[in-house]
Design a protein around this ligand. Structure first.
Ligand SMILES: Cc1ncc(COP(=O)(O)O)c(C=O)c1O
Length: 438
């Protein structure tokens, strides 16, 4: 079956999704958010339970997207639902602390060794925004460094060189700063130093050359997206420390990898860390924290410090309740089981690709995974940009038809949930087999 036939069958199966998309696009300028669009039009989901989603045309899918990796427990988890209900009954938001924010703050600081203090906000975007501002204030330096291909949310400072066209990206070992979207302040690019992923020698050179003006390096290990060497992550820590530049570790996706986050697995201790996604149990959340001497700039209880962070909905009690109920289930044992499913998936898919001589590979860190059509390793943005994208959308449609939803046709940053077991993983491997044959 060719790509056109698969798309035609997708259209036949999704009349109601198309109707709802057409109705909404007029009011929401296309899809309601960028990540909800893919051609010819995205599916509209009706409900979720456990590892399943049902679309508005009545089809059931095993969810391998899990709301951009946020739903680590799957959908409608009973303990999260109960915690949310209990919090709702106390009033949604009371204009004052309720105590639950200190509970989740304590739970996070107990899990992650480098966390001495933490603040909660509404999204990963806000977390990286505040962490960067704090790093600038603490260091009294203005530039930031980020990695080419790194995504840290929707604000000017970090929306530089997220997915630069290769003909504008400059030399691989000293990439240019390329604004990612229209409307970004021209100063964002001039204030950003772009570092190459997977090249510690180049990172060392660039950080050394700019150390006097660099407030921080923000680093997302691209968990489940790039084949990241733990040694590279450790080198980034060592380089930033040696040049006296703060390291902000973006664990917004990676935190689901282990009890203490991916930093515990890699054995690194960032100065600040950003969190999000799973920490809100499916509700809008972000968090950032780290060294007490940096975070205590927010502590105005002993007199004004000149620093301030707040927000009407920051540390929202319902999100905090959902997050706490989620963290309680993210035990080391449960995460080991989940990561075991990730390993089973990677081994199953890689064996299939080898058997069929298909130049494809699975990148998997813990329970986050991506599928690429590539002969060689996908360890940097440039390698990712060079992968063959043509088979992705037909495979996505074929998987949908077989009852597997991978979130979006790019098949990147997919994720597993604790509601799954081995049968779902083996089923997905078999479905990929069938999809590739088609
Ligand atoms: C690594 C990383 N950092 C930051 C963000 C931004 O988080 P949010 O979408 O909650 O603003 C994302 C979102 O996908 C992410 O993957």
């Amino acid at each position: 079956m060719n790509a056109e036939e698969l798309e035609a069958r997708y259209r036949q199966q999704s009349h109601r999704s198309r109707e709802l998309f057409e109705r909404g696009r007029y009011y929401t300028a296309g899809a309601a958010k960028g990540a909800y669009y893919y051609p010819p039009y995205p599916l509209t989901m009706d409900r979720g339970e456990g590892c399943y989603l049902w679309d508005v045309d009545g089809h059931r899918y095993i969810d391998c997207g899990n709301h951009h990796t946020a739903q680590i427990l799957g959908h409608a988890d009973p303990a999260v639902a109960a915690a949310v209900q209990a919090q709702l009954q106390k009033g949604v938001a009371l204009g004052a602390a309720t105590g639950i924010e200190s509970e989740i703050a304590r739970a996070m600081c107990r899990r992650v060794d480098s966390l001495e203090r933490i603040r909660f906000v509404n999204s990963g975007t806000e977390a990286t925004l505040h962490a960067i501002r704090l790093a600038r204030g603490f260091s009294q330096k203005g530039k930031i460094a980020k990695f080419e291909g790194g995504y840290h949310g929707n604000h000017d400072a970090v929306e530089v060189s997220v997915a630069p066209p290769l003909d504008q990206a400059g030399p691989a070992d000293a990439p240019y700063a390329v604004p990612t979207a229209g409307g970004i302040s021209p100063s964002a690019a001039s204030e950003a130093l772009i570092l190459p992923f997977d090249d510690e020698e180049a990172v060392d050179k660039l950080v050394a050359a700019h150390a006097d003006e660099l407030a921080c390096v923000i680093f997302d290990p691209k968990c489940g997206v790039l084949e990241t060497r733990p040694d590279f992550a450790r080198a980034v820590r060592e380089i930033t420390r040696r040049h006296d530049v703060l390291l902000i570790f973006d664990e917004i996706v990676a935190f689901r990898s282990a009890w203490g986050g991916l930093q515990a697995v890699y054995g690194i201790d960032p100065d600040l860390t950003c969190f999000g996604k799973v920490v809100g149990g499916g509700f809008p959340v972000g968090a950032f924290g780290g060294r007490a001497d940096i975070m205590d700039l927010f502590d105005n209880s002993q007199g004004p410090t000149g620093f301030f962070q707040s927000g009407t909905f920051s540390a929202h009690p319902v999100a905090m309740a959902a997050g706490l109920a989620t963290l309680e289930q993210m035990t080391a044992k449960n995460l080991d089981r989940l990561n075991g499913l990730g390993t089973r998936l990677k081994e199953g898919l890689d064996a299939l690709f080898a058997e069929q001589s298909i130049p494809a590979r699975t990148v998997c860190t813990g329970s986050v995974f991506s599928l690429y059509f590539s002969e060689g390793p996908v360890a940097s943005y440039r390698a990712l940009a060079a992968t063959d994208k043509a088979p992705l959308q037909p495979l996505f449609f074929s998987l949908l038809e077989q009852g597997y939803f991978l979130g979006q046709p790019g098949l990147g940053m997919c994720s597993l949930s604790l509601a799954m077991d081995e049968s779902h993983i083996d089923g997905l491997v078999a479905a990929v087999h069938k999809g590739l044959a088609a």
